[in-house]
Design a binder for this molecule. Structure first.
Ligand SMILES: [Zn+2]
Length: 104
């Protein structure tokens, strides 16, 4: 059974992968934690996964409602941008799936 931490990191991984795939199409990618990422996104994933692992709060609040704000400002900015972009992407695809089910 995956722990809460592992699940959270898996979500981070998927969101960062979507972001990199759609925003950094032409960047050179390397494989990291099972996904293809450019060096910048790889660094963000590494950073975010580590922050998640060392989060002292149990249960962890959403980062927006957290009082610690443990991210460095530049990484915080990056992850916010990634969550916004990939969040929209996921929602859009969720809806597209529904449309496909409906049509076929
Ligand atoms: Zn990238």
């Amino acid at each position: 059974m995956a722990s809460k931490v592992e699940k959270d990191i898996d979500v981070l991984r998927q969101f960062i992968e979507i972001y990199c795939r759609t925003k950094h199409k032409d960047a050179e990618k390397t494989r990291y934690m099972g996904v293809e990422l450019c060096s910048e996104c790889r660094e963000t994933l590494e950073y975010a996964a580590h922050r998640r692992e060392v989060c002292p709060l149990k249960p962890k609040p959403t980062c927006k409602n957290c009082e610690i704000h443990c991210y460095k400002p530049d990484q915080r900015q990056r992850i916010k941008e990634i969550m916004r972009h990939s969040g929209k992407y996921v929602i859009l695809h969720g809806r597209l799936d529904l449309i496909y089910h409906y049509l076929f």
